[in-house]
Ligand binder design. Structure first.
Ligand code: FES
Length: 108
């Protein structure tokens, strides 16, 4: 992951959603959107280190506000990654700074 690295187009990201973006064969980020706000997090649950998505690649977003880990159900704020419940012991997702340039979400 390097500054300026393009992750995805903003218009590919629905409002109140979270998608997985692969950086390479092993590492991925979750990019989230609410309205015009965009955020990104390392795709590694602080509970046991699993990625959040289900086998079909989908990241579950509940009530438009929480991402839910597919492994054991920890939930995290969509835009701040803070623990919102479950077995993550108050630990949140690690945030990754991003910027939007010409409609593209990039690593800051
Ligand atoms: S690894 Fe996410 S809740 Fe256990």
């Amino acid at each position: 992951m390097s500054p300026g690295q393009a992750l995805m187009r903003v218009d590919e990201l629905a409002d109140s959603s979270a998608v997985v973006v692969y950086l390479d064969q092993y590492a991925s980020l979750i990019v989230t959107r609410r309205g015009d706000a965009i955020a990104a997090f390392r795709n590694k649950c602080p509970h046991a280190g699993y990625p959040l998505q289900h086998a079909d690649g989908r990241v579950v977003v509940q009530e438009g506000r929480y991402m839910v880990c597919s492994a054991h159900g920890a939930s995290f704020g969509l835009m701040d990654g803070a623990c919102a419940g479950g077995p993550c012991n108050g630990d949140g997702l690690e945030r990754v700074a991003v910027v939007v340039r010409d409609g593209v979400v990039c690593v800051a």
